[in-house]
Design a protein around this ligand. Structure first.
Ligand code: FAD
Length: 427
């Protein structure tokens, strides 16, 4: 049984996980407040996450199930309408005569598939679903600066971006000076830290919890590229169709030893691509940008011509070169009043395509535990305790699988062992 009148749910972070958690809380009649560091991502002026235009993600059963269980009849349909099925991976390579090759590897003998989704669109749809609900308040441009779990209070600071938007000229300067000392104090029954890999909630929680914490960076950076939609004159591959430069229903991989290039289809017929390579390659290409196209030709045959040879160099220069972090921690909660979810609890390298999916699943699992107990402090304490016991093991496992799949994707997909295993599966 839940007491809808008294439960004050405070969600920190309005990324995919925070927005979904707010919806789950709202559907239970709780009073939900969401505080997000950045501006509203539905405004064109807001700087997106990681400062890149967008990243395309693989949405899988795990994430779909969590969206389906949110209690909003339209949500899943709206999100899936803007996805593209990816039935398998397409491995790009070169034969012994230098000819370009494409090899399709189906994901599932039963025909199940992943869906390519635009992270920003998914996040916007989730925000639309909570915005306007009378028991939800969204506060953008608010940063969590402090938290006292024992007193069940959190403090937020309004960020400059919001202040600048609320006044103009000299008034804005004065408003910023006046407001700098002001912090907003918010009481809560339950705080959800959905504030990403560099979570402030986790940082403050560690002061009250004996939390084991492990963080590592792999020696691989990533950079986003775009393959434009096909035109009559642009390069395409034999599987190109419907205005896409190559097959729209695959996750494309150009594997090569310790580096790889991948491409995921977008509904505007472009592909959002990612170069993954050791930091030393990035460092040498930053010194000699003119070598970028040649680096692509040597390592990912055919990819540069799909992007456009000038585009490869320009995009490498313009787009950020970003690190990949892996985080494990335990427990994920404090008594009955605080819990971390999503990347805040288990940021992982992206090679298993499960970071966001696992974060969405956290929300479903957490509310399953909360629903099965009373909404008293004691009930919530039991629920969070059970949540950590279930979720930490799963989070660590998927974190390890994500690292293991790095080898599989950049090299294993074309190794003799893989081919042997594949031919046994096909037999
Ligand atoms: P985030 O998306 O990081 O959101 C956290 C939010 O909290 C942000 O909006 C931030 O502004 C806000 N915030 C931070 N600090 C504060 C504060 N102090 N106060 C208030 N708000 C704050 N996952 C998949 O499932 N499939 C994929 O195919 C996939 N591909 C990926 C490819 C790449 C290259 C990368 C880098 C990641 C990929 N992921 C993928 C992982 C996925 O992007 C993340 O797991 C997901 O975005 C995590 O969501 P989140 O809501 O937990 O955190």
């Amino acid at each position: 049984m839940t007491d809808s009148r008294t439960t004050r749910l405070l969600v920190v972070g309005a990324g995919p996980v925070g927005a979904l958690a707010a919806l789950y809380g709202a559907k239970r009649g709780w009073n939900v407040e969401v505080y997000e560091l950045r501006g509203d991502l539905r405004d064109a002026s807001t700087t997106p996450l990681n400062f890149t235009k967008s990243i395309n993600l693989a949405l899988s059963e795990r994430g779909i199930n969590a969206l389906w269980n949110a209690g909003d009849d339209d949500l899943l349909g709206t999100i899936l309408a803007d996805t593209i099925p990816m039935h398998g991976r397409m491995i790009h390579g070169q034969d012994s005569h230098g000819g370009l090759t494409e090899e399709s590897q189906q994901y599932d003998v039963h025909g199940r598939f992943l869906r390519a989704v635009d992270r920003a669109n998914l996040n916007k749809t989730l925000l639309d679903a909570v915005d306007g609900l009378e028991n939800v308040k969204l506060h953008f441009n608010h940063k969590l600066t402090g938290m006292d779990l024992r007193k069940q209070k959190a403090w937020f600071e309004q960020t400059a971006a919001d202040k600048a938007q609320t006044a103009d000229g000299a008034q804005a300067d004065q408003a910023q000076k006046d407001d700098r000392s002001k912090e907003l104090e918010v009481d809560f029954d339950l705080i959800l830290g959905c504030d990403g890999a560099h979570s402030s909630v986790r940082y403050h929680m560690m002061k009250s919890v004996r939390m084991d914490y492990e963080q590592s960076y792999i020696d691989t950076l990533w950079c986003e590229f775009t393959i434009p939609a096909a035109t009559q004159t642009s390069a395409t591959t034999p599987t190109a169709r419907e205005g896409f430069a190559t097959s729209p229903n695959h996750l494309h991989i150009w594997p090569n030893e310790d580096r790889m290039f991948i491409a995921i289809p977008s509904i505007d017929k472009t592909f959002t691509c990612t170069l993954f390579a050791p930091s030393s390659h990035f460092a040498s290409l930053e010194k000699t940008p003119a070598d970028v196209a040649a680096f692509f030709d040597r390592n990912f045959p055919g990819a540069a011509s799909l992007i456009g040879v000038d585009g490869v160099q320009q995009q490498f220069k313009d787009n950020f070169h970003l690190p990949l972090i892996s985080i494990k921690c335990s427990p994920h909660h404090y008594l009955g009043c605080g819990v971390i979810l999503g990347d805040a609890a288990h940021a992982m390298v992206p090679f298993y395509g499960q970071g966001m999916n696992a974060g969405l699943e956290d929300v479903r699992v957490l509310f399953q535990h909360l629903d099965s107990r009373s909404s008293t402090a004691g009930g919530r304490r039991d629920a969070l305790d059970a949540y950590t016991r279930e979720r930490v093991v799963d989070a660590h496992a998927i974190n390890d699988l994500a690292l293991a799949n790095y080898w599989e994707m950049h090299s294993g997909v074309r190794s003799p062992l893989h081919l042997l295993r594949k031919s046994i599966e096909e037999f």
